[in-house]
Every structure is written in C-alpha cells, then in structure tokens.
Design a protein around this ligand. Structure first.
Ligand code: FAD
Length: 308
C-alpha cells in the first residue's frame, strides 16, 4: 500500500520557485529584518551531487590546509541530510587508486561522525565547558559578549575582517579560517568560546551544534589538553599571503611572534601547557592521531608543543 502524502500545510513557505530571484524576493518579504543577499552556495540534491562528483581525494590530502586547497564544500549538504556520510565515503572509494589516497578525506568524515556521537553521549552538555581552560585563565575571565567590531568586521585585521565577511555573506568558512578566528577570539580577545560558537551558528549554512561547539572547545582547550594557537607565518603560508599583503594593521600584527613568545603573552601557565597530561576524555580525541578540528594542521604537527 503506498503511503499517502499529507497535503502541504498552507502556512508552510513554498518549496519550489520559478527562479532564484523569486526565492530571494520571498525571503526579503518574509524576513525584512535580515540583511544581505542569498549565499552563492546552492542548495538541493542536484547541487550536492555535482559537488560530490568533483571531489579529488588525492589533491585534498595534499592541499586541505590551504585556503585555496581542494576541499569539498560538502558540509552544508551533509549537515542537512542532503548527502549521507556513507554516500560521500562510497564516492571517495570509487575515485581512488589505492586506500592511502582516500585516507585523509575519510578521516575527516570520521570526525564529523565522532562529533555526532559525542553529542549523543553528552546531549545539551556540549554547550558547557567540558573541562577547565588549560590557559591558566579562569573561565569567568572570558567575556560572554561578542564585541561589535568583530560582529561588524571592523577590527582592522584584514584576515579576521575577511573571514567575518565571508562567514556572513556565504555562510561557509574554510576549516583553517574557522580555527584561526576561534583562536584569535578566545586567546587574543579573551572572548568565551560559547559567544563565538553561537555567532558562528547564526551564519554557518553547515552550522551544527556538535561539530561547531566541540571544535570551539577544542581550540579553547576546554575539550583538549592544550590551547590551539597560530602565528603570522602560519596564517600567511596557508592563505598565500592574501590578507597580510595589504593589511592596515601590518605594523602591529598581533600574530607576528614565535610560538614561545605567543604562549608567554597569551597564557598564564606556559609550563603546564607544555607538560599537561590529557585527561581521559581529551585522550580519546588526542589518541586519534591529531586534531578533530584540523587533523593535519601544520602549525601543530611541526611542533610537539602544538600537536595533539
Ligand atoms: C571553530 C570550528 C567550527 C566548526 N563548525 C562546524 C560546523 O558548524 N559544522 C560542520 O559541519 N563543521 C564544522 N567545523 C568543521 C570543519 O571546519 C568543516 O566541516 C569544514 O570546513 C567544511 O568544509 P568542507 O565541506 O569543504 O570540508 P572538507 O575538508 O572537504 O571535509 C569533508 C567533510 O568532512 C567533514 N569534516 C571535515 N573536517 C571536519 C572537522 N574538523 N570536524 C568535523 N567534520 C569535519 C565535514 O562534514 C566536511 O563536509 C568547524 C571547525 C572549527 C575549527
């Protein structure tokens, strides 16, 4: 017996449109308070399948850390169930010559799955600090408000303002940009990770409480055994210098320092950051070779201090 579909609720918004302009016009009418335009990211199964057909696991493995690397852009489709992780996995296996070629991308799919399982385990507790900060600063010393200059993209740092603009206008950011922005907000600006995480969720098309909140906590060190930091050399390298070249703050770049200097400047407990033993939960993450937020992050993998 075939299932009878109930008629659509007349109060629902329409689901098909004659054109993208028609969709945009309806959204502008229904949500007059929302500023900006439609993201350039197209929704729907057809767009998802097209992107899936373009994945290049080998190039992905070599270039994932670079802003212009061969990342897949599949996260919004995975997030909303347009693609399953199993479909993406099968597409990876179908497109590789040997298992090694697909390993990096498969690992990342694994992180998505891992965060979902942590969410199942922790429930709403993902919104709370999982552990104390390993920075030497009390949780209460981190501001709970996102500053206006950050929200409006007026910090004067070309990189951070650029990431903010991309986040707000497209609803997507490269993983490395997410990490840099989260680290800057938490460690340099001393904003509590939750304020940043909530702001990300306002804009991300792939916004997912588990991947987002737990990645922010990983950067902050409330879900890892040490804080994640980066320096100018790292950002410049993986962004091909696109922000630093014309940055109005170049003369006083807050990231221009060695990792040792940054640890001294930002944290109250450098010694314990270096020697701290991961506790049981951090260990589960750390054992998985490296970083849940960026499993091949060069800043950390080059230096024991910064690798997980
Ligand atoms: C602070 C911060 C916040 C984040 N918030 C989110 C979020 O809200 N939603 C979200 O889906 N991802 C989030 N991530 C993880 C990651 O940044 C994105 O999944 C990735 O950048 C999406 O782009 P892509 O599809 O091109 O990824 P690719 O690198 O092409 O990876 C393919 C798929 O693997 C999964 N994946 C890749 N890296 C990760 C990762 N580190 N953790 C979990 N899954 C991963 C995603 O489903 C992704 O679509 C966050 C990371 C950080 C550091």
């Amino acid at each position: 017996m075939s299932a009878v579909q109930p008629p659509p609720d007349p109060n629902d918004l329409p689901r098909s449109f004659a054109s993208r302009d028609a969709l945009e016009a309806l959204l502008a009418k229904e949500f007059p308070e929302a500023r900006g335009e439609l993201s350039s990211i197209r929704g729907g199964r057809r767009a998802a399948e097209k992107k899936l057909s373009q994945i290049e696991p080998g190039r992905y493995a070599r270039s994932r850390n670079h802003l212009n690397g061969a990342v897949t852009g599949l996260s919004p489709y995975i997030r909303h169930g347009v693609l399953t992780l199993a479909e993406v996995r099968d597409a990876v296996f179908a497109g590789i010559r040997n298992r090694d070629e697909g390993q990096k991308l498969i690992n990342e799919l694994g992180w998505r799955d891992f965060w979902q399982r942590m969410w199942q385990d922790l429930g709403d507790r993902i919104h709370n600090d999982q552990e104390e900060f390993k920075t030497g600063h009390a949780a209460s010393s981190y501001s709970r408000e996102l500053p206006d200059d950050v929200r409006d993209g007026r910090t004067g740092l070309a990189c951070m303002d650029g990431f903010r603009d991309q986040l707000v206008s497209t609803g997507w950011l490269h993983n490395h940009a997410r990490m840099w922005m989260a680290a800057w907000l938490v460690h340099w600006r001393r904003i509590h990770w939750k304020a940043g995480a909530d702001w990300f969720l306002e804009h991300l098309l792939d916004g997912d409480p588990a991947s987002n909140h737990l990645s922010w906590q990983w950067v902050a060190s409330t879900f890892s055994h040490k804080p994640y930091v980066f320096n100018k050399g790292n950002l410049e390298r993986y962004s091909s210098g696109r922000y630093c070249t014309n940055c109005p703050s170049a003369a006083q770049c807050p990231f221009e320092a060695s990792y040792d200097q940054l640890e001294q400047q930002l944290f109250a407990v450098q010694a314990s950051i270096r020697s701290v033993q991961p506790n049981r939960r951090s260990k589960r993450i750390n054992q998985a070779s490296s970083n849940p937020a960026s499993s091949n992050h060069a800043a950390r993998s080059r230096s024991a201090r910064h690798s997980l």
